[in-house]
Ligand binder design. Structure first.
Ligand code: CUA
Length: 416
């Protein structure tokens, strides 16, 4: 134990300090209290101060331990669920342990020096040492070895995660737009927005491109960030350049993500949800998407939807006949053809709306339709009272009243 040593020399130094007499006094007082505590303890007496001190230290340790575990971090970067994520995690751990080794060595040397070369009573000032060839060579070579030890697996890891998977990968075309995500799975004909379902165990290849400015696809538990750029061709007639991201999900769950490249005023409001599920559940989600939702039909086909809520029927009328929603949005199996905005097929089944910003409830849908700007500044969707200009075209205010908005929200919610 070095505590008594630190106390003894500490007391002398503090006493000598002229700069902060109050601090020195407080230090001496607390040291005296501590010393007293030890004396009392040695005599086998109870000491309230010591007990309080121990309680505080215990509390601190407990808090540190509690904060280190138990909590579920939705966007944790150190809790991977894919092979890609595991490569990053293994690199991270290697760097972490190297850091711990360096820390332990530095602290051990420091502790040794503090004890071994501490000031002794009546000692003369030691002569300063300048330069030590052996030490300097050692502390140049040791870090160099560590850097090489980190670099080799890093380069290997980079190539590993860039390699397209062998076998039958599920290709998903991801398009980042201000401020939402479009997901299209060509082999299944599925198009959805902001919430992507993926099967566990099958390799997935995301083909990333932007519809406007540069975004970045980042779902921390799946792997690293990947830039989502507008498509470029390096030379005329040349190959189109896109970024890809390859991974295989290892477990089920809902994994949160967000845009990670500044893309405008609502950059931070551009969320992603990836739902990892069994092959069976994934197939069910796909076939749901491919089958038109019972309440989705356009008014001319609505006779089939017999057991229906009148509000939903009213909302459908608003969607197809009293607004221009269909210019920008489409719904599978209906005449709504728009591709500018998010595809609304089975939108009622998504957990959130507005790219992860609002829980998907009829009330929030109403809010979103009436005043999207209040949820997401810079959104490229008109509100009931304001227009929006998208790529040079001005879309006027929707002028929907409360009754129409309530019905519209009911209609959208009904498609799950
Ligand atoms: Cu999209 Cu930031």
């Amino acid at each position: 134990m070095f505590a008594p040593v630190a106390e003894a020399s500490g007391k002398r130094r503090i006493a000598r300090s002229a700069a902060g007499p109050r601090i020195a006094l407080r230090g001496v007082m607390s040291l005296r209290r501590l010393t007293q505590a030890r004396l009392n303890q040695a005599r086998g007496m109870k000491n309230a101060n010591l007990l309080r001190w121990m309680r505080q230290v215990g509390l601190l340790l407990t808090m540190a331990m509690v904060s280190a575990c138990g909590e579920e971090y939705l966007q944790s970067t150190i809790d991977p669920v894919t092979d890609y994520g595991e490569v990053s995690q293994s690199l991270y751990l290697q760097v972490f342990w190297w850091t711990m080794i360096v820390l332990a060595v530095v602290w051990a040397v420091m502790a040794y020096i503090l004890v071994r070369f501490r000031e002794k009573p009546g000692q003369e000032r030691p002569k300063p040492v300048h330069g030590h060839m052996g030490l300097e060579i050692a502390w140049t070579i040791a870090p160099a070895i560590i850097v090489v030890a980190i670099t080799i697996p890093t380069i290997k890891g980079v190539f590993k995660v860039q390699r397209p998977p062998e076998g039958d990968a599920l290709v998903v075309e991801v398009t980042g737009k201000r401020y939402w995500w479009s997901f299209h799975i060509p082999e299944l004909g599925v198009t959805t927005a902001n919430e992507l379902h993926l099967p566990v165990g099958r390799p997935v290849s995301l083909r990333l491109e932007s519809g406007d400015v540069i975004h970045s696809f980042w779902v921390p538990r799946l792997g690293g960030k990947r830039d989502v750029n507008p498509v470029v061709t390096v030379r005329e007639g040349g190959e189109e350049k896109r970024n890809w991201m390859h991974f295989t999900l290892r477990e089920e769950g809902v994994f949160w993500g967000q845009c990670a490249e500044f893309c405008g005023e609502a950059h931070s409001l551009m969320g992603i949800r990836v739902v990892g599920e069994s092959e069976e559940d994934f197939q069910a989600w796909v076939s749901d998407w491919q089958t038109t939702a019972p309440t989705a039909n356009a008014p001319e086909d609505a006779s089939e939807a017999t057991t229906e809520n009148p509000l939903v029927a009213r909302g459908r009328e608003v969607f197809f006949r009293e607004s221009y929603c269909v210019l920008c949005h489409s719904i599978q199996g209906t005449v709504a053809p728009g591709t500018i905005g998010p595809n609304l097929t089975r939108v009622g089944g998504r957990s959130t709306i507005a790219a992860g910003m609002l829980e998907n409830t009829p009330e929030n849908l109403e809010l979103w339709i009436r005043d999207p700007r209040s949820v997401k500044p810079g959104v490229q969707m008109p509100g009931a009272q304001y227009d929006v200009t998208y790529e040079g075209v001005t879309f006027p205010p929707t002028n929907l009243d409360d009754e129409q908005i309530r019905a519209l929200a009911a209609y959208l919610s009904s498609m799950r």
